[in-house]
Design a protein around this ligand. Structure first.
Ligand code: ADP
Ligand code: MG
Length: 286
C-alpha cells in the first residue's frame, strides 16, 4: 500500500499544473497583445498608458446620457431604466439615491465599463467630435478624458509617489502634494514619506487610506470629466466632510465632476443634484 502511495505522489501536482498552464497561457496571450501595441509618447493625455487609435478630445467636454438602459441579467429588473442627462463642462453634479438605485452602474456606463441594453453615453469635445463610451478604441479615447474612482480602489506594489504618478507621470511635487491634501493624506504622507512602498494587498494601508490614495490619484490625473463613486465611503464622518469640502472647493474651470455619495452633508455646494431611484432619475435640480 505504501509503495503505491509513494509511487503516486510525484504525479499528484500534475493536474494542478495543467490547470495553471491554461490560465498562464491566456495571460501570456494578453500580455503579448499589449506588448505589441506601440506607445504614443506624444500623447500626454494617455497618462502613460499604451495609446490606442482614436485621439481623445482636448478641452471642455459635454456628456449626453441618452435613454440609458442597463440590465445585468436577461429578465432581471433593469439597473438603469431610460436615464437621460446632460453633463455640462464645469458643473459639479452629485448623484444620490438609495443603495441599489443604479448610481455605480451610471458611473460604470460613463466610464464605458458597463454595456447598455438600450441608449448610451456620448461625449462631445470642444472640436464638436462626438465619441461613444464603451469598449474598443473609441471607448478608450472616451475613458482617457472621463475617468476617476469607478472601480474598487487599489494600490500597486510601489512607492506612494509612484502610485500617484502613474495617473500623470509629468506631475511635479507641488501637484502631488496638492492631490494628497485634497484627499486628506498630507499628515500621513508626511509621516511615512512619499517613498514608502505600498503593498498590492493593501496590507500596509488601511481601507480609508487606500481609498484616499485612489482619490488622490484621480485628483492628480485631473480628467475633463472626473467620476467619483462614493470617494468618502470608508472614511469617518469628520474626515469624509473634510474631503468633500476640499474636493468641491477646488476651482472647477471646465472640469465636470460627477460625484456619487450616500451622505447628504456638503451637497449644498454641488451645482446640480441628481436623485436616482430604481434606475430612474426621479429628481434633478439644486
Ligand atoms: P448603487 O451604486 O446605487 O448602490 P448599483 O448600480 O451598484 O447601485 O446597482 C444597481 C442594481 O444593479 C442593483 O439591483 C444591483 O443589485 C444590480 N447590480 C449591480 N452590479 C451588478 C452586477 N455586477 N451583476 C448583477 N447585478 C448587479
Ligand atoms: Mg454603488
Amino acid at each position: 500500500a505504501l509503495a503505491t502511495l509513494v509511487g503516486f505522489e510525484p504525479v499528484l501536482p500534475l493536474p494542478r499544473a495543467a490547470e495553471d498552464w491554461v490560465t498562464a497561457r491566456a495571460a501570456l496571450r494578453r500580455l503579448r497583445g499589449t506588448a505589441g501595441a506601440t506607445p504614443d509618447s506624444a500623447d500626454s493625455s494617455s497618462g502613460g498608458l499604451p495609446a490606442v487609435p482614436g485621439a481623445s478630445p482636448a478641452g471642455p467636454c459635454t456628456v449626453r446620457v441618452e435613454d440609458l438602459t442597463v440590465r445585468y441579467r436577461p429578465g432581471a429588473a433593469p439597473a438603469l431604466d431610460g436615464v437621460g442627462l446632460v453633463l455640462r463642462p464645469g458643473r459639479r453634479i452629485a448623484v444620490v439615491g438609495p443603495s441599489g438605485s443604479g448610481k455605480s452602474t451610471l458611473l460604470g456606463a460613463l466610464a464605458g465599463l458597463v454595456t447598455a441594453e438600450r441608449g448610451g453615453v456620448v461625449l462631445t469635445g470642444a472640436d464638436g467630435r462626438a465619441l461613444r463610451a464603451g469598449a474598443g478604441p473609441e471607448g478608450e479615447a472616451v475613458r482617457r478624458v472621463m475617468t476617476g474612482l469607478v472601480t474598487e480602489p487599489y494600490v500597486f506594489h510601489a512607492s506612494l509617489r509612484d502610485n500617484l504618478a502613474l495617473a500623470r507621470p509629468d506631475a511635479d511635487d507641488e501637484e502631488v502634494a496638492e492631490a494628497l491634501a485634497v484627499a486628506g493624506l498630507t499628515e500621513w504622507a508626511g509621516r511615512t514619506g512619499w517613498d514608502t512602498v505600498l503593498r498590492e494587498d493593501g496590507g500596509s494601508v488601511s481601507g480609508g487610506q487606500l481609498q484616499r490614495v485612489a482619490l488622490a490619484r484621480a485628483v492628480l490625473r485631473d480628467p475633463a470629466v472626473l467620476l467619483l463613486d462614493e470617494p468618502t465611503e470608508a472614511l469617518d464622518p469628520e474626515t469624509a466632510d473634510g474631503v468633500t469640502a476640499r474636493l468641491l472647493a477646488r476651482p472647477a474651470g471646465d472640469r465636470t465632476t460627477v460625484w456619487v455619495t450616500h451622505r447628504l452633508s456638503g451637497l449644498a455646494a454641488a451645482d446640480e443634484i441628481v436623485v436616482l431611484e430604481e434606475g430612474r432619475v426621479t429628481q434633478h435640480g439644486t
